[in-house]
Design a protein around this ligand. Sequence first.
Ligand SMILES: Cc1cc2nc3c(=O)[nH]c(=O)nc-3n(C[C@H](O)[C@H](O)[C@H](O)COP(=O)(O)OP(=O)(O)OC[C@H]3O[C@@H](n4cnc5c(N)ncnc54)[C@H](O)[C@@H]3O)c2cc1C
Ligand SMILES: *[C@@H]1O[C@H](CO)[C@@H](O)[C@H](O)[C@H]1NC(C)=O
Ligand SMILES: *[C@@H]1O[C@H](CO)[C@@H](O)[C@H](O)[C@H]1NC(C)=O
Ligand SMILES: *[C@@H]1O[C@H](CO)[C@@H](O)[C@H](O)[C@H]1NC(C)=O
Length: 334
Amino acid sequence: MVGAGVIGLHTACRIQEELPNVQVTIVADKFTTDTLSGGVAGIFRPSCHLQGPEPNIARKWHDDSWEYYRKLHHGEDAGVAGIVEIPVFAYSNRSKEATKNLWLESVVPVWRDLSEAEMTLVEGDFKYGSYYITLVIDPTYHLPYMFDRFKSRGGKVVEQNISSFMELHEYDVIVNCTAMGAKKLCNDNNLVPVRGQVYKVKAGWIKAAFYDDLETYIIPGVDYVTLGGCRNFESWDTDVNKYDSAAIWERCTNLLPNLKRAVIQKEFVGLRPHREPVRIEKEIIKQDDKQLKVVHVYGFGGYGITLAPGAAMYATQLVKQSLHPDTTALKAHL
Ligand SMILES: Cc1cc2nc3c(=O)[nH]c(=O)nc-3n(C[C@H](O)[C@H](O)[C@H](O)COP(=O)(O)OP(=O)(O)OC[C@H]3O[C@@H](n4cnc5c(N)ncnc54)[C@H](O)[C@@H]3O)c2cc1C
Ligand SMILES: *[C@@H]1O[C@H](CO)[C@@H](O)[C@H](O)[C@H]1NC(C)=O
Ligand SMILES: *[C@@H]1O[C@H](CO)[C@@H](O)[C@H](O)[C@H]1NC(C)=O
Ligand SMILES: *[C@@H]1O[C@H](CO)[C@@H](O)[C@H](O)[C@H]1NC(C)=O
């Protein structure tokens, strides 16, 4: 497994579960909270435009992921796994559609229009609004939790910066969960960074998430509230931009003036690994006299936390096929 962000960790744990006789090793240059995945809010909220390798498959990843996180939230591990249920108030002045999300509406327990009184919970005189309940998968808890699960089942860990897959030729199958790292590793021109910037603040009184036409969001986690955001297509800038900081602060405090009293803990910039379609597929890479079996799992853009468990289930089937091409072909034939 190359990569220890949310996609690598979920896929590694899933392989351990379904293939208990397989020894899984995670190789990465950064782990858990030091990855992109570790810096984001982690709200469960998909884009209905997401494309997988076949029609409707991204929708299945979404539905499977919801089921996975919902079960985890109902179980005794919810606290250590960082899974929190939160209400969401989504506002728009542009259109009712801007506050909707068909995939999410079909799985969450509550989804309705905002009442007149609820329309006035924020400043701004908005015209349209939706209310729903979703989950936050707080990565500062969730990623260490998944990493511990992986290690407690005998998973091995190697800290290494890979410049070519050939460095890993001793493994039977390599799973490529490198996100933006795949740009260089795979020479993949379809992979584009979509830059995002957020504040992490202490504001314990915020117990719900708020969206304003999706550009502005306020999302509480376990210890911090995340204030965002921006989407800069094809920007590689990983430095905090003071103009973005000012705009985010102004938009969030305009929406909820009580945030002016929030204590800023830090700012975070991340590059969403955007790819259409998301890449989950097998490949056999031949170089010199060596042959590598690779399963690629990357390009989840702004939705990697949301889709990780479902994508891991799908990727694990491809790992099985790569390990035992003959038996799976035979089974398919029978
Ligand atoms: C501001 C912002 C907010 C977001 N909010 C949300 C949200 O609320 N909900 C949501 O679902 N998604 C959100 N996202 C998207 C989400 O963060 C990503 O989709 C997700 O983190 C991608 O996970 P990943 O495991 O593919 O990548 P990463 O977390 O980037 O992990 C990549 C791993 O690969 C390793 N790696 C890469 N190259 C190499 C190499 N050459 N050698 C060794 N190791 C290598 C890295 O060290 C790392 O371990 C947000 C993104 C941003 C930027
Ligand atoms: C790994 O190597 C790449 C390219 O050489 C570099 O950009 C990156 O910073 C390195 N990672 C670490 C953790 O040093
Ligand atoms: C939304 O539109 C109304 C009426 O057109 C306007 O008064 C209000 O200021 C707008 N709100 C925002 C946040 O733009
Ligand atoms: C990840 O996949 C890309 C695309 O095929 C490839 O170029 C790159 O070498 C892979 N990374 C690793 C570590 O194998």
